[in-house]
Structure formats: C-alpha cells, structure tokens
Design a protein around this ligand. Structure first.
Ligand SMILES: Nc1ncnc2c1ncn2[C@@H]1O[C@H](COP(=O)(O)OP(=O)(O)OP(=O)(O)O)[C@@H](O)[C@H]1O
Ligand SMILES: [Mg+2]
Length: 240
C-alpha cells in the first residue's frame, strides 16, 4: 500500500442472510483517480459503496479508507424536502461562498431553479442537485451510485463533461458505479467489471488517454467498449 492509495478492499466477502453478495473482492483506488465499477443488476455494486462509506460492515476481509472525508451520491437522491435547491447544497458546508454555490448550481444546469423544492423538480434535476451537494461537501473521496441514470443522452454527456470539470478543479478520488458503458469510457482511469452475484472483479481495464481529451468515436475507446461488451456477454450468454 503506497501513500497514493486512498482506498483498499482486501478479500472482502459480504452475505445477507446466508446469500453471498460479494465474493473475495479486492481492489485499490489511488488519489485523484476515477475508478468506474460496472456489473450486472443486483450483483452487489451498491453494497460495495455502502461498505466503502462505512454504512455497513463486510462479513470478512479488510477495508482501509484513508480519506479525510467521504461524500456519497446515493442511487436515489436524498434531498431534504423542506429545503430548496440552494439550501440543500449549502447545508453540507456552510463555509462555502454564495458565489461558489451559484457556480455549482450553474455547472449542474440548475440555474434559475435555486428556489425550487425537491417536489417541484424532475428526477434528473433532483439527482443533479445531489451531485452539486456532494461537491460542496469537503471530501477527498466521492462515491457515486448511478448518478446520471435519470438523464437523457444529451444531458448525460453534458453531466459527464461537468463532472470532469469539477474533478479537474478538485481532484477528488471518485468511485463511480454505473450500467452505462459510455460513462465508463469517458470518465474512468480504471474500470472494474464485476461478475454476477456473488460479485468479484472479473476484469480490470485501464484507460490511459487523458479524460478531457476523450471522444466516444476514438478507435481505442471503441476497442475497449467492444472488449467490455464481450466480457459482459460471455458471462450472460445463454447456452446454444
Ligand atoms: N440490507 C440488505 N439486506 C438484505 N439483502 C440485501 C441488502 N442490501 C442488498 N441486499 C441484496 O444484495 C444483492 C446486491 O444488492 P445491491 O443493491 O448491492 O446490487 P446492485 O449491484 O447495486 O444492483 P442495481 O444494479 O440494481 O443497483 C441483492 O440481491 C440484494 O437483494
Ligand atoms: Mg445499486
């Protein structure tokens, strides 16, 4: 383990009522890295994040989280219904300036909606508010669980760009769970492809090209995409 390691999973096992969810899972995340986790529905991705954040304990194995603070964008947004967009973002760090909060609101495309309450927002808007809130929290490790799932294609690509800009100015380590291969290709320094439940790391991909220079039509990204799809399919393929 080096000084650069912020998070380590060593041989993590997790079961709920004797149902195995995580199976001898090991990986490291380094400072300033974006690690994407992709895998079949129900294989244990959210469980992994819950263990990283300390919300739940593993059944076996060791977790080392060397971050100062961990911020978590949950799969479902957890905004306070009685506070508006601005207040929901501000509440996690009252030291932030008004200008910084307004900049975050603008970066997630919610300018003009500062005074709206969660019940007055669409699912995607609520999710974007959660992302701005996570960035306002002073954390060096950010866990994100399918944060763009309620967004259409263009908004999703726009949010990926915004996330990269926010990452570039803060260099937080991000653990990003998704089902979308495009998100993985544009955001990840490394990609962990998980197996079916009980999950273990089935393949690890490394993406070398600087994240801000990537384009989904790049030949190397297309090769990685094909390889990810092949690995996904080989496990889920029906017997012929
Ligand atoms: N608190 C819990 N009690 C019992 N079983 C649980 C609990 N949390 C998760 N599970 C089970 O663990 C398995 C993995 O759940 P998890 O939410 O981690 O999957 P996931 O990969 O995030 O799925 P999705 O892609 O649908 O979000 C599921 O079978 C789920 O029923
Ligand atoms: Mg999940």
């Amino acid at each position: 383990m080096t000084n650069n390691t912020i998070l380590r999973f060593s041989n993590i096992e997790k079961s709920f009522d004797n149902i195995g969810v995580l199976n001898n899972l090991s990986f490291d995340a380094n400072r300033e890295e974006i690690v994407c986790i992709i895998g079949p529905s129900g294989c244990g991705k959210s469980t992994m994040l819950n263990i990283m954040s300390g919300l739940i304990e593993p059944s076996c194995g060791q977790v080392i989280n060397q971050s100062q603070n961990t911020s978590y964008v949950f799969q479902e947004d957890r905004l306070l219904p009685w506070k508006d967009v601005y207040q929901n973002i501000r509440i996690v760090n009252k030291k932030s300036s008004h200008e910084y909060i307004m900049e975050l609101i603008q970066k997630v495309g919610l300018k003009g909606f500062e005074g709206f309450y969660p019940s007055e927002l669409s699912g995607g808007m609520r999710q974007r508010c959660s992302i701005a809130r996570a960035f306002n929290y002073e954390a060096d490790l950010l866990l994100m669980d399918e944060p763009f799932k309620s967004l259409d294609y263009n908004l999703r690509i726009g949010m990926i760009r915004h996330l990269l800009t926010l990452w570039d100015s803060t260099k937080k380590t991000i653990i990003f769970v998704t089902h979308e291969i495009d998100e993985v290709l544009l955001l990840g320094d490394r990609v962990l492809l998980l197996s079916d439940r009980p999950a273990k790391v089935r393949r690890e991909f490394r993406l070398e090209k600087p994240k801000c220079k990537r384009n989904l039509t790049d030949a190397d990204l297309i090769d990685t995409r094909n390889e990810i799809i092949r690995n996904f399919q080989s496990e889920n393929a029906l017997p012929s």
